[in-house]
Design a protein around this ligand. Structure first.
Ligand SMILES: Nc1ncnc2c1ncn2[C@@H]1O[C@H](COP(=O)(O)OP(=O)(O)OP(=O)(O)O)[C@@H](O)[C@H]1O
Ligand SMILES: [Mg+2]
Length: 112
């Protein structure tokens, strides 16, 4: 199992969620975050307004997936989140040791 963590442009959230749902992903955690990439200190457009500051609003998505879904989840997120402009975001894949579905006690693949 892996955690696929992605930082994306906020307006891309619905598209990314739809793409993951189409793959059979059943759950998702979303956090409002701020960050910057390589253009730190440079201007990037966010909802028509220019931000001359280093930190820009982003959405972080975390999804736990079984090993067989990792590649397709990464591809789905990348395709859905891409605009081709700077600031499209990044995807990180992190090992996941254990998962527990609290209500049922199911673990690992059964818990996702
Ligand atoms: N090395 C990193 N570690 C952690 N988070 C990062 C890293 N790089 C980017 N991020 C996060 O991803 C967001 C989007 O990054 P961004 O897409 O601007 O990366 P980039 O490398 O500058 O690519 P681009 O040139 O396409 O803009 C950042 O605001 C930050 O939250
Ligand atoms: Mg950037």
């Amino acid at each position: 199992m892996k955690i696929v963590m992605a930082v994306i442009k906020p307006f891309k959230l619905e598209e990314v969620r739809d793409a993951l749902t189409a793959l059979g992903v059943h759950g998702l955690t979303v956090t409002e975050v701020k960050g910057y990439g390589r253009q730190k200190g440079h201007t990037e457009i966010y909802r028509g307004a220019e931000y001359a500051v280093s930190f820009l609003p982003k959405i972080k998505i975390e999804v736990a997936v079984s090993a067989d879904l990792v590649a397709s989840a990464v591809e789905a997120i990348a395709n859905a989140a891409r605009t081709g402009q700077i600031g499209d975001g990044k995807i990180f894949v992190v090992p996941l040791e254990k998962a527990v579905r609290i209500r049922t006690g199911e673990t690992d693949g059964d818990a996702l």
